[in-house]
Design a protein around this ligand. Structure first.
Ligand SMILES: O=P(O)(O)O[C@@H]1[C@H](O)[C@H](OP(=O)(O)O)[C@@H](O)[C@H](O)[C@H]1O
Ligand SMILES: [Zn+2]
Ligand SMILES: [Zn+2]
Length: 226
C-alpha cells in the first residue's frame, strides 16, 4: 500500500502526466492501473491524485491526466467506477469543461463523459454520469459521435497475483539469481524462462504488451483452446 506523498504511485502519475510527454506513457499508465487493481493504492486516493492533475494549468498535463483516467476506468472495474460516478466528481468534470479554453481538452472531456454514460447506461448506481451528460447537453455542449470501443471496459479483471517460493510451471526455487515474475493473465508466479513472453490482454483491456507465462501466451493467442 503506497502511503507517502511521494509514493511510487505518485511518481508513476508524475511520469504519466509530464507536460513533456508527446504521447501517452503507456508503461506508466498500465502500472497505475495495476497498482489500483492490486490495491497497492486506494481508488479514492488515486482518483484524487488524478483530479489534481486534471486541474493543472498546462493543457498537455490535463490531456495526459484524462488519458490516465480513461485507462483506469477501462481497466480497474467497479472499485474505480464507484469513485468516479459521483455527483461531486462529475461536477468537477463539468467545471473543468467550462474553465478550459483548450479545444482538445474540452473534446476529450465530452468524449469521455459520453462513453462512460453509455457504458453505465444499465447501471442505476452510476446514473450521476448520464445525469451530468444531460446537464452538459442542456448547456449547449456538442458531444462527438459515440465510438462503441470507447465504452468497452474490461469485463474481466486481471486476477490477484499469487506468491510462491518456486516457479508455478517448472518448479525451480526462486533465488537472488532466479527471480520471481508474474503473468498478468493468470496471476501466477514464474521464473524468467517460463514467463519470457509478452502479449496484450484485450479481455482485461490491457492494450500494451505485458508479461505472460507460456501457457497463457498460447491461450491468448488462440494456439490452444481456453
Ligand atoms: O525483480 P524483483 O525485485 O524480485 O521484483 C519482482 C518484479 O517486480 C516482478 O515484476 P515482473 O513480473 O514485471 O517481472 C514481480 O512480478 C515480482 O512479484 C517482483 O518480486
Ligand atoms: Zn519456470
Ligand atoms: Zn499465465
Amino acid at each position: 500500500m503506497f502511503k507517502s506523498s511521494t509514493s511510487p504511485f505518485d511518481k508513476l502519475l508524475e511520469k504519466a502526466t509530464s507536460l513533456t510527454n508527446l504521447e501517452p506513457d503507456w508503461g506508466s499508465i498500465m502500472q497505475i492501473c495495476d497498482a489500483i487493481r492490486q490495491n497497492d493504492v486506494q481508488p479514492r486516493y488515486a482518483l484524487s491524485a488524478i483530479k489534481r492533475k486534471l486541474n493543472a494549468t498546462n493543457p498537455n498535463v490535463q490531456l495526459m491526466a484524462l488519458k490516465v483516467l480513461e485507462s483506469c476506468v477501462k481497466n480497474c472495474g467497479p472499485i474505480l467506477h464507484f469513485e468516479l460516478a459521483t455527483k461531486e466528481f462529475m461536477e468537477e468534470m463539468h467545471t473543468m469543461l467550462r474553465n478550459s479554453s483548450d479545444i482538445k481538452v474540452k473534446n476529450e472531456i465530452l468524449r469521455l463523459i459520453q462513453a462512460w454514460a453509455h457504458a453505465f447506461r444499465k447501471e442505476p448506481s452510476f446514473k450521476a454520469v448520464s445525469d451530468q451528460m444531460r446537464l452538459m447537453k442542456a448547456e449547449g455542449f456538442q458531444f462527438p459521435t459515440l465510438k462503441e470501443s470507447d465504452a468497452m471496459f474490461s469485463a474481466d479483471l486481471a486476477p490477484e497475483w499469487s506468491d510462491g517460493e518456486c516457479c508455478h510451471r517448472c518448479r525451480t526455487s526462486f533465488t537472488v539469481m532466479n527471480r520471481k515474475h508474474h503473468c498478468r493473465h493468470c496471476g501466477q508466479v514464474f521464473c524468467a524462462k517460463c514467463s519470457a513472453k509478452t502479449s496484450t490482454i484485450p479481455k482485461f483491456g490491457i492494450e500494451k504488451e505485458v508479461r505472460v507465462c507460456d501457457l497463457c501466451y498460447d491461450k491468448i493467442n488462440k494456439k490452444i483452446e481456453i
